[in-house]
Design a protein around this ligand. Structure first.
Ligand code: RM4
Ligand code: MN
Ligand code: MN
Length: 430
């Protein structure tokens, strides 16, 4: 692929400097793991098979509702965003798919867009609909909700938009539709809880009826924001009940920042899997709410525990195990490429650590009520520095040993600052 934004020579030159040390570290870790019966190459193979999608909207500087601080060379359209996503994938080798958001990523020719992405080494992940904002010229406002609105016209418009997203996704080669709505209330009494959910379910059923046979509809819950008193799909309980009502291929999507503080997210993962409704993830980290901070930057242990449940689920697939993984972050103070490189590494590291858990020891300790040894089975894996495994898997796939150093050495952003038009100010994304 000659169209890739970072030259293979630059990556090779960068890797040459660190290769010897990497081999030493990899071999040392291999010996350490072998002592507990783990084959490091088998873990590396698993890591090489792992991937997480990046969101098109994450490629730009996010912002808060107070301000957005753009950086020179930031992408302003889907074409430039794809180019940046390609950089992330080239260096990290674990982000080969982009998740688009409509109408933000609207273009005239989706066949051409698919081709363009494929030349950049990228495919497409879940399509995200947007009925949380009004668009210029739209017939009905979403000010009072979309899929759950009392206004039949607004509901129909939101249903039609989701169906249009499916049609676009079909052209791109996606197979998932992610539906997150901002619908909810700011005042007690503003809407009837039961009737608004009924309207939501009715609209969602219409979208589901238009879903192609090989597609899934992923419902994303969120406790608050932009609605601050109630939201129509507020938590995993509402989400799973809705998914069960809507149909077999309707699943739940867990965004790590969309829960009440201190909620046990890893347990939610296990519950959703138990009922065949675990559809996917939006990875980010959170201190207070839907902060959209970089994955693993606040609570890497929680991320590990989530992956531990995913490893359990994979080993016990019940009705199947095929969650779709995506990063969903807002990069307010960093170069978004650097944040996604760092986040992809944090996510992959937790996946690798979860693969190291001695499941027989864990299950044995659980059965014997040996609490401390059960915990130690997790702790031993969590404490392993898996960086050499990730770096070796990257090198073998043509990526960089040190993704951030290689990115900085490439001078990519400074080059784009010369080529791209500056971004306007204004508020960021939710
Ligand atoms: C929401 C939610 C959705 C994302 C939008 C931009 O809070 O996380 O997944 O599409 O933000
Ligand atoms: Mn999300
Ligand atoms: Mn969110």
């Amino acid at each position: 692929m000659s169209n890739l934004p970072i030259s293979a020579d630059l990556i090779a030159e960068h890797n040459a400097k660190g290769l010897e040390a990497l081999h030493e570290d990899y071999e040392a870790l291999g010996r350490k793991l072998a002592r507990t019966g783990i084959d490091i190459d088998a873990i590396k193979k698993r890591v090489a098979g792992f991937s997480v999608a990046v969101p098109s909207w994450g490629a730009g500087r996010g912002g808060t509702r107070f301000a957005k601080f753009p950086i020179p060379g930031e992408p302003t359209n889907i074409h430039e965003k794809l180019e940046d996503c390609s950089v992330i994938n080239q260096l990290s080798t674990v982000t080969p798919r982009v998740s688009p958001h409509f109408p933000w990523d609207k273009v005239a020719d989706y066949k051409a867009l698919r081709e363009e992405a494929s030349e950049l080494g990228l495919g497409w992940d879940a399509v995200n609909s947007n009925t949380f904002q009004d668009q210029v010229g739209q017939a009905h406002t979403y000010a009072n909700g979309s899929l759950s609105s009392q206004d039949a016209g607004a509901r129909q418009q939101a249903v039609d938009h989701n169906i249009e997203c499916i049609e676009i996704g079909q052209q791109l080669g996606s197979t998932d539709l992610t539906v997150w709505v901002g619908d909810g209330t700011n005042f007690p009494g503003q809407q009837d809880f039961a009737r608004s959910l009924d309207r939501y379910l009715d609209s969602a059923a219409q979208i589901y009826a238009a879903l192609p046979g090989d597609w899934r509809m992923l419902l994303e819950h969120k406790m608050f924001e932009p609605a601050f008193y109630s939201t129509v799909i507020s938590d995993w309980g509402s989400s799973i009940l809705a998914a069960q009502t809507i149909g077999e291929r309707c699943k739940c999507l867990v965004d790590l920042g969309h829960h009440a503080p201190n909620v046990n997210i890893e347990q939610i993962v296990a519950r959703l899997h138990r009922f065949g409704k675990l559809g996917g993830f939006h990875f980010n980290d959170s201190k207070y709410g839907d902060d959209d901070l970089d994955s693993g930057s606040i609570n890497p242990h929680q991320l590990f525990l989530v992956f531990n449940e995913l490893a359990e689920a994979e080993a016990n697939p019940r009705d199947g195990f095929n969650p779709s993984y995506m990063i969903d972050q807002s990069h307010n103070v960093t170069d978004p490429i650097e944040s996604m490189l760092s986040s992809a590494e944090a996510i992959t590291a937790c996946f690798a650590k979860a693969s190291l858990v001695d499941r027989a020891a864990l299950h044995g300790a659980q059965e014997a009520n040996d609490t401390m040894m059960a915990f130690q089975a997790l702790r031993r894996a969590y404490n392993v520095d898996v960086a050499p495994i990730l770096a070796m898997a990257r090198v073998e796939a043509g990526g960089a040993i040190d993704v951030l150093a290689a990115y900085r050495a490439s001078g990519y952003r400074a080059r784009k600052a010369q080529e791209r038009k500056p971004v306007g100010l204004g508020a960021g994304i939710v």
